[in-house]
Write a protein that binds this ligand. Structure first.
Ligand SMILES: [Zn+2]
Length: 216
């Protein structure tokens, strides 16, 4: 099973990725990890990637796709892989198809975890951090005993810039814009599996598993 996993921030992708990886005994390949590994190892592509990251620039597609190609050539991908964080754009999806074709592989399924904007905002804007000890709370999932104050040290909690409604909304606009074209591309190839990400973690996984097994 060669799988791509898509989902907006806050969709619970990490949790589902872990389960899919265990269920099908395939490696979870996250682009962020590949980049970090390559930089740490100091491979040719890693050094090139690092030269961009040091300047705070995005690593160009051809470098990332080169790293993915190297990763997909490793023996643990023999039974398949779960790719996470790539592709994000239509150009990247086409590049990935090309690389896989060269390797005699193809994608079997693209799982898209769908969550409404309202729910993502609910999930992502609830985080609060203690000003003093750094302890992390969530107003819904892990609330402090006294609203807006730390259980441990009694100091006030604050909301990080990244967790503010406006910031989350901006991230979603970018995600939706990039992903719309990807979704159409994979829909046209008839490999897209859309799963409702607002159900329980168990149910989301059950739906993913059933849809994948129906394709084996
Ligand atoms: Zn505290």
């Amino acid at each position: 099973m060669n799988i791509v996993l898509l989902g907006p921030p806050g969709a619970g992708k990490g949790t589902q990725a872990k389960r899919i990886q265990e269920m099908f005994s395939i490696p979870h390949i996250a682009t962020g990890d590949i980049l970090r590994d390559a930089v740490a190892k100091g491979s040719d592509l890693g050094q090139i990637a690092n030269s961009y990251m040091e300047k705070g620039l995005l690593v160009p597609d051809e470098v990332v796709i080169g790293l993915i190609k190297e990763r997909l050539a490793e023996p643990d991908t023999e039974n398949g892989f779960l790719l996470d964080g790539f592709p994000r754009t239509l150009a990247q999806a086409r590049a990935l198809d090309k690389v896989m074709e060269q390797m005699g592989k193809k994608l079997d399924a693209v799982i898209s975890i769908v969550v409404s904007e309202k729910e993502i905002i609910r999930r992502l804007t609830g985080r609060r951090v203690c000003k003093s000890c750094g302890r992390i709370y969530h107003l819904i999932f892990n609330p402090p005993k006294r609203a807006e104050f730390c259980d441990m040290c009694g100091e006030e909690l604050y909301q990080r810039e990244d967790d503010k409604v406006e910031t989350v909304k901006k991230r979603l606009v970018v995600y939706n814009k990039e992903t719309a074209a990807l979704i159409r591309y994979y829909q046209a190839q008839d490999i897209l599996i859309e799963v409702n990400g607002e159900e329980s973690v168990e149910d989301v996984f059950k739906n993913i598993k059933e849809a994948l097994e129906a394709r084996v």
